[in-house]
Design a protein around this ligand. Sequence first.
Ligand code: HEM
Length: 517
Amino acid sequence: MGAIDILGFWILIKIWTIIQDFILRIFCPSLIPNTDKNGVKIKPTWEIPGPTIWLPLLGDALTLNKFGGPEKFLDYVSSLHAKYGPIVKTKLGPQKFIFVNHPALYEEIVRSEPKCPVSFKLPSAEAFYEKHKIKRGLFFRDGEEWREGRTLLTQLLLKDTGRYMETLFDSVEPVLQRLMDNWTFKSGKSKDGHIQNIEQDCYEFFLSAIMTVTYGQHFETYLSQAGSSVTTLAIEAIKLNQSTFDLNAHPIQMATGLGLKCWKEYEAYTLNNLTIGRKCADIALETMAATGGSLEEFGLLYRLKNVCNASDEDIRVHCTDFTVDISDPVSLTLLWTLYALGRNLDVQEKILQEIEHVCGTGENVGYNDFQKLPYLNSTFKEVMRMFSTAQLVIRKNAKDVVLGGYNVTSDYIVALSTFSSHKNPALFTNPEQFWPERWLGEERDVDTGAMKRSENAYFPFGIGKRACAGKHLVQNLTKLFVAKIVQNFVVESDEVQTKLKIMLYPDGDMNIRLKPR
Ligand code: HEM
């Protein structure tokens, strides 16, 4: 074979490779072998391990059903990781999922985030927006609109949190005291200290606390002028959560098209919430304009208007989010906190001893004390590890991304489960044990001495650029709550299992008993 023949053959092969690549790129883009910047081959999406999908319409829904259906979704995800490893591909109904469960993969997700990561919205929220086009806060924003809102909320809630936060949290003290009085009364009425309707009490406390922080101590006047009350908002928030769960268990087009009860309820509660929230913000804004106002009197509203220079429309939208849209994760966190304390009497005693040592017996614990209360801080971290109410962090990518050496096409949503990660025995010693001490030092493997815990495996408030903007607020509010509880009561609780209803719920009645100290 002469040199010309070899060259001809080589050219033919090259042309064939180009044609093959062209055909694959058009018809099966996920089959194209790719390489990363170090020349390492990137494997196609279909090579990601996962259950074989025999029924394209159902996907792996039958296996999920074997675990107990959508409420046991987290157990299903953990079983996939146990069987297939830290990166798993599956399909449930029409939705394609990639689940990841390793700190290195979370880091990759954060590293490859675009300037404005796209938010994941539940189908119910998308359908509501499609129909009503009401402007919403950060959760519902993307692109530049999100970036502007995020900059505003970062300035408001995550930066310069010293003296300003102290003032805000001081204003919560009377709200907390009212709750203690209510629970002292309720526990006295029952033989064993059982607190009736504790879930609603947690919602009412959170709503009162966040509204005090957002609008100042006169919030109840604005709320009543807007046509509602804390109790009504709490009851509707609980009902809204149920209808959101019911609605998302159906194909959304079917639910909206047939006007199913869950869609009608969801629509009515959401509309009502948004109307009340916006009215309340308007009334508070008018009152502040008329009186001049101060941080002590008008809380975040004052700061939004006078320090952050936010527009009235932005103020309406964000304050509505804080006050009528975020009650579920926080109220449930308070409930799980009581549960965890109730199962661990020794933890309550240690927190109380620490408080008495640092602040004195019976003294109010304030925002500035937290840095001197490491055991209280660790207890909060441990509650959020074991009972992280937002159990799934979801990313919807606008473009294909590379994860764990695989190309992940944009038709998949990428989901991280705190349930799987926070209970991974490779990363947390005895993960099923409630043990605040783990956060006080390093966790090391008993046999090898190697570092065990990875901070990156812990993400109760999400990861990357879209991580929770309200995390400081929640941390501090919950710590005030815990301090007050252990100063006033001994908490007891009966064991319950968990279930997923968008958020992490108790699977059964939460029996909390409070014995006054
Ligand atoms: C225990 C209570 C809470 C939990 C567990 C929680 C958790 C989360 C999580 C997991 C995300 C998504 C993060 C991601 O996708 O990576 C998020 C986003 C967000 N949270 Fe929270 N959150 C809580 C309370 C709050 C509160 C009280 C506020 C406001 C006062 C708040 C404001 C927000 C906002 C505005 C976003 C959207 C951020 C964005 O898209 O840029 N959260 N939260």
